[in-house]
Design a protein around this ligand. Structure first.
Ligand code: LLP
Length: 404
């Protein structure tokens, strides 16, 4: 995105023009950015050609998943719904991994029937449940086991998953028990060790520690895994202050690991593929002066984009039409929802805005629409895919008649 003649432009079309045709709020995604992200991700790890499974939870739009599939990616899913969506988008079942701490026997049964690559289990009870369902179908099922490596991802505590106080994965003792159990089972084919220590990781060192922890446990258990699934978590730059993840160092750490362990690597990236492709465009409904600051009341709210309310996440917020006049008072960008946390960001010296002006909230492609809700009985926004100057509706705006 950049300003052309003071108009914020995505690929070859101005956001203002899109707003005029499709109304606000809307989510737009840049196809060329998506293509670049996928190609860069592949390039970063090309020396060992990993299987890249897109984390569907980050963006569940079937048309987005379809585009991602065209680049040969698989999918990481965490519910029967996501699995159905990945299949609907045409992802090859042989490239689908199923993660999550609470898969029901119904979900396990569906995954077995679809013959997906791996069910990544997160407890001994789950392994036993998979065994039971597989036995009833007289099948041997490829499974993974998610290890909790007790590694600090050095990210927000709410999105950290690899420490022992987090509910994810199993500890070393249970890991050993699961190996023993699988060796004695005719229906479990234990093929993968998986880890995922958290999301929005910008420092390569936690990844190095995670690989070291995995390496140590592999040396101890002496069990031959075909796959090591390293999860996702690669962070993106939400603000100019964010440092960038050093992919070269992460890649070198993996190459070092692969010298000791001959396995195939799986990744489950979400945010790094789709995060910075997405923009939420919203219109100013009212401006309210409260003395020390001004509230910019937008037509988008926390139901459309939860990340600021849920994690205190910061998203770059830009005027859709640029001017040089700065506001003297800070602007607090809020939505119409009846919650004080329905607030996006407070900015000093933003350019002066008027009612009906448009603003763009950036880098919302991951965990934006997928976390949206109908709170306050608000309809979900329209989603658009932008390719050069073409706009494709990839999900219609919800209507009140869909809800009431
Ligand atoms: N694999 C597993 C097992 C996961 O739990 C996750 C994310 C991913 C892969 C993908 O992680 P990514 O590459 O996107 O970081 N709603 C939060 C993020 C929650 C992430 C949950 N798990 C947010 O808006 O920041």
């Amino acid at each position: 995105m950049r300003y052309i003649n003071k108009k914020l432009t995505i690929e070859k079309i101005s956001l203002q023009k899109i707003a005029k045709k499709y109304g606000t709020p809307f989510y737009s995604y840049s196809y060329s950015k998506l293509k670049d992200n996928i190609n860069n991700f592949k390039k970063n790890f090309k020396s060992f050609s990993p299987l890249i499974c897109f984390a569907v939870k980050s963006n569940t739009n079937v048309n987005i998943i379809r585009e991602i599939k065209k680049f040969g990616l698989g999918a990481d899913v965490v519910s029967i719904g996501e699995l159905m969506m990945a299949l609907k988008a045409g992802i090859n079942p042989n490239k689908i991994v199923f993660s999550g701490v609470g898969k029901t026997s119904n979900e396990i049964s569906f995954a077995i029937d679809k013959n997906i690559l791996l069910i990544n289990a997160e407890s001994l009870s789950e392994i036993k449940e998979i065994n039971k369902v597989a036995k009833s179908k007289n099948k041997k099922i490829r499974v993974g086991v998610r290890l909790n490596p007790n590694t600090d991802a050095k990210t927000l505590s709410q999105i950290s998953t690899g420490k022992k106080e987090n509910k994810f994965g199993v500890n070393k003792n249970t890991f050993n028990e699961i190996i023993k159990y699988s060796k004695n089972s005719k229906n479990i084919d234990l093929k993968c060790l998986s880890v995922h220590i958290g999301s929005q990781i910008l420092d390569h060192k936690p990844y190095e520690k995670m690989l070291e922890a995995v390496s140590q446990i592999l040396n101890k258990v002496r069990y031959k895994f075909e796959f090591i699934d390293l999860g996702g978590g690669m962070g993106i730059s939400y603000s100019d202050k964010n440092k960038k993840l050093n992919y070269k160092k992460y890649n070198s750490a993996i190459l070092k690991f692969l010298k000791r362990h001959k396995v195939k690597i799986i990744f489950e990236p979400g945010r790094s593929i789709i995060g910075d492709t997405g923009t939420l465009v919203s219109k100013v409904i009212y401006i309210k002066d409260s003395g020390r600051k001004k509230f910019i009341i937008l037509d988008a709210a926390m139901n459309d984009l939860m990340r600021p309310a849920l994690y205190g996440a910061i998203h770059r917020t830009l005027p859709v039409t640029k001017s040089n006049i700065r506001s003297k008072k800070p602007y607090e960008f809020v939505g119409p929802i009846c919650e004080s946390t329905d607030k996006f960001i407070t900015l000093k010296k933003f350019q002066v805005l008027k009612e009906k002006d448009l603003v763009a909230i950036c880098d919302v492609g991951a965990y934006g629409m997928s976390l949206s809700s109908n709170y306050n009985l608000r309809t979900k926004p329209i989603e658009l895919l932008i390719k050069e100057s073409k706009v494709k509706v990839i999900r219609k705006r919800q209507k009140h008649k869909d809800l009431i």
